[in-house]
Design a protein around this ligand. Structure first.
Ligand SMILES: [Fe+2]
Length: 102
């Protein structure tokens, strides 16, 4: 990764730590490719959070013998995993490479 991307990534991480909004982050990034990579990264974080929540809820439902809820939660969990996989493929295939290029 080039120094410009590293610097911007560090600033974005710092902004997240300080709880700045996504809109504020978007306005901070001038480079469209870096912005795309950052937006995908944010979307991946959301998907991974959802995977943990739906996974836990499905486990609870299964433990409680609620097959009706387990089935729906398992379907939703599978959708979240598929979305996370698509985002990762998009980032790996195109977006991160473009963001790292000068
Ligand atoms: Fe999702």
């Amino acid at each position: 990764m080039n120094p410009t991307v590293c610097s911007k990534s560090k600033r974005q991480s710092e902004n997240r730590r300080r709880g700045r909004s996504l809109g504020e982050l978007i306005s901070d990034v001038d480079d469209a490719e870096v912005l795309d990579a950052g937006l995908i990264s944010s979307a991946q974080a959301v998907e991974h959070y959802e995977i943990t929540r739906y996974g836990t809820l499905a486990a609870f439902a299964r433990r409680l013998g609620r097959d009706d809820c387990t089935r729906i939660l398992a379907e939703t969990l599978a959708e979240e995993k598929a979305t996370a996989k698509r985002l990762t493929e998009l980032a790996d295939r195109k977006v991160n490479q473009r963001a790292a290029a000068e």
